[in-house]
Design a protein around this ligand. Sequence first.
Ligand code: GLU
Length: 440
Amino acid sequence: MTITRFAPSPTGYIHIGNLRTALFNWLIARAAGGTFILRIDDTDPERSKEEYVDAIKEDLEWLGLTWDRVERQSQRLDRYAEAADTLREMDRFYEAWETPTELDLKRKKQLNMGKPPVYDRAALALSDEDKAKLREERGNGVWRFKLDHDRIEWADGILGDISIDAASVSDPVLIRQDGQVLYTLASVVDDTEMGVTHVVRGSDHVTNTATQIQMIEALGHTAPSFAHHSLLTGPQGEALSKRLGTLALRDMRAAGIEPMALLSLMARLGSSDPVELRSSHDELIAGFDITKFGSAPTKFDAEDLKPLTARVVQTLEADAVADHLNAAGVPTEAQPAYWSAVRGNVATRAEAADWWPMFQGEVTPIVAEEDRDFVTSAFDMLGEPPYAADTWSSWTSAVKDATRRKGKSLFMPLRLAITGQPRGPEMADVMPLLTKKPSL
Ligand code: GLU
């Protein structure tokens, strides 16, 4: 049974980087007919907000990334306390009192001496007396997990064989001075108790994974399979972290980006398979292969979502954009013909009705001075609406005979005069929809 989870901290809106994690885990679960857990990592009561929990669910629902159950870390604190006790009994957990400033100083000294800035375990040498004194002076300390100084190895689903020397990693703090359990421990307890089989997350978690594997094993469990996807960068390779705020999923939704455009791009970006627009979640699932992803940073350009979105919109039927057409006053009976004429020239659903005013004669014709006589006489040769499907071809061939213009110099001035735009729907489709005779 495959069980995966997406574990956002509800301290902000989810963005494109989070989506990559959510999507990979969702795809793995769905491809295997397994379970996808939405785990809310809300161990930090100050920074976690209910509004973000709701927003995360809304964003995932928008994309159709359905979950089978929700778990909340804030409701499982007793489980984490129990695990902490177990580690304490095993002598794998110790209290340390260094202040952040003291730790910083130690790190600087180590770096100056050309050594890696790893916590020196000074707290392990404290006598009971020392500890009592520190507790009296400084209150509670933090609790650190005592790593075994072996190599930690795993076969990563994306990065391949990983081997990390535990001595090069600081003993991780699992409980803060104020007693708050940190994600590193909570995640281990959850992943094992919930039977999570596959963990996919960003490569910024590789060191976490190393320490978590030791914790999982210390607690008597077997580690799940891990895969770490590369981090996203901007189009020029610049770090995306600072811009992630502007790459929130809800902003993309507001900008009219289509879910299938976003999902199709993210299911392939950074893999050796090409990006292909998918029309359903099933197609996405069938075409996903995590082994095709590489470890190099992945360039993400939000601009790429626009043509993909336009392609999705162009496949929609009129009823999919009916809300927009109704709001703009397009009569129901005119909607199918209108939409099939314009959909190839619309980039988002919100633009669906943008061509409608032109069909009502609300248009500013564009006429170059040297074309004015030509257009005037061409319009003289056009009858009154309604126009038929062949009006454009019969009219323009008559105009051609009369004026000896042909090709672009024949068609373009007429298009510009009728639509006020150099590009747009096929004129043969435009004519039958015009409610007024075009004029200058
Ligand atoms: N809450 C963690 C994060 O958002 C979860 C990481 C994980 O998937 O284990 O970074």
